[in-house]
Design a protein around this ligand. Structure first.
Ligand SMILES: [Zn+2]
Length: 359
């Protein structure tokens, strides 16, 4: 072999291995395609969400046929880092399985985003919790053919919504978007799937949760991709939100974190409804903050302090620097939840609690 030919062969070999390594890199999941915004975001008084400007996009790919959809940043004051709540789509020859449906106002854009990568029929939909950024387009996707699954409590919350803060009645709902297949959380068997789907080469577990973000939460585990959609009992944009009127509880969110510590391994990708993707170790500082705030609020309330006084104590101050989206509203809501929970916490009836109204 001439030296020239040997060099040529070496060069070809090097190029081949380069292109192979590029391909391997491309195939490494999960992939973040569009990260949520970090802010800070601000909106003028009276600002209304311009739904026509919001796009629903593939923001993460968890495997070749398991994608995540999320909205644009900087437009939706309820979720400025990325509009709405994440939706997940498992697709292939067995049809589409969806986790949550995004806001009602962008239903057609959510479908369009799905149709950008699959023509398969929409078959199964699971709701992780009742909030409109997760169930808003239920009726739209039911009309596309989706059979909707959820906890029975979620269905109850939807059919008989709690009175909102200030005593205003909840808006009427479209009954075609109500879940038709329901199941319950079993206190004696946390982590036990209520349903398991074998579809499109993946095994998917719907796991009902203890009352935590709401009383009707479900997490969704994709066994092969090693991914769990953990919805909203954990968040890393804004302070924690236990929707107590819909049966949520901060103490339940601690139990939810502890269950994830058991269900996930170090490599499991956890997909929260908002903020960035995390691993289970990222949940621990969040858990510690919940414990700390509950204890501090309890001490003040036991001393007879009013809610106003507890809010004025600015107990979240040590966490403000490391909490993205730490608005005053988000802090006050969190502290008010803790205040309501540490004493005379109302019980759950039909998935809901009658919470005290603060002046
Ligand atoms: Zn959400």
């Amino acid at each position: 072999m001439t030296t020239k030919r040997a060099w040529l062969l070496l060069a070809v070999a090097a190029l081949t291995s380069l292109s192979m390594s590029v391909q391997t890199q491309e195939a490494r999941y999960p992939m973040t395609i569009i990260a949520p915004g970090k802010g800070p975001f601000s909106f003028p008084p009276g600002y209304q969400t311009p739904w026509d400007k919001i796009d629903i996009m593939v923001t993460e790919k968890m495997s070749p046929n398991l994608f995540v959809l999320h909205g644009s940043q900087g437009l939706d004051p309820a979720h400025p880092d990325a509009s709405g709540g994440r939706a997940m789509v498992l697709f292939g020859p067995d049809g589409v399985l969806m986790v949550d449906t995004q806001n009602r106002q962008v239903a057609d854009k959510t479908l369009k985003a799905i149709r950008s990568f699959t023509d398969a029929p929409i078959k199964v939909l699971v709701n992780t919790h009742i909030h409109g950024d997760h169930t808003g387009a239920n009726a739209f996707f039911a009309k596309q053919g989706a059979l909707i699954f959820s906890q029975e409590n979620l269905r109850n919350e939807m059919v008989r919504p709690p009175v909102r803060a200030g005593g205003q009645p909840a808006p009427t709902i479209d009954l075609t978007g109500v879940p038709v297949v329901t199941y319950n959380y079993t206190a004696g068997a946390p982590g036990q799937p209520a349903a398991t789907f074998t579809m499109n080469g993946e095994i998917v577990d719907f796991i009902p949760m203890m009352p935590s973000h709401t009383a009707g939460d479900t997490i969704v585990r994709f066994r092969k991709a090693n991914v769990i959609y953990i919805e909203d009992f954990y968040r890393n944009f804004g302070y924690p939100f236990a929707d107590q009127a819909n049966g949520g509880s901060i103490k339940g969110m601690l139990d939810a974190v502890d269950l994830i510590e058991k269900l996930a391994d170090a490599g499991t990708t956890l997909v929260p409804g908002h903020g960035t993707l995390v691993k289970k170790e990222d949940l621990l500082p969040y858990r510690a903050m919940l414990v700390d705030i509950l204890a501090k609020v309890k001490t003040l309330r036991d001393q007879g302090k009013s809610l106003k006084e507890v809010l004025a104590a600015n107990l979240t101050a040590p966490y403000d620097k490391t909490t993205l989206g730490d608005t005053q509203q988000s802090k006050d809501r969190f502290i008010t939840e803790a205040y309501d929970e540490v004493k005379d916490f109302p019980p759950i009836v039909d998935g809901k609690r009658t919470m005290p109204v603060h002046p």
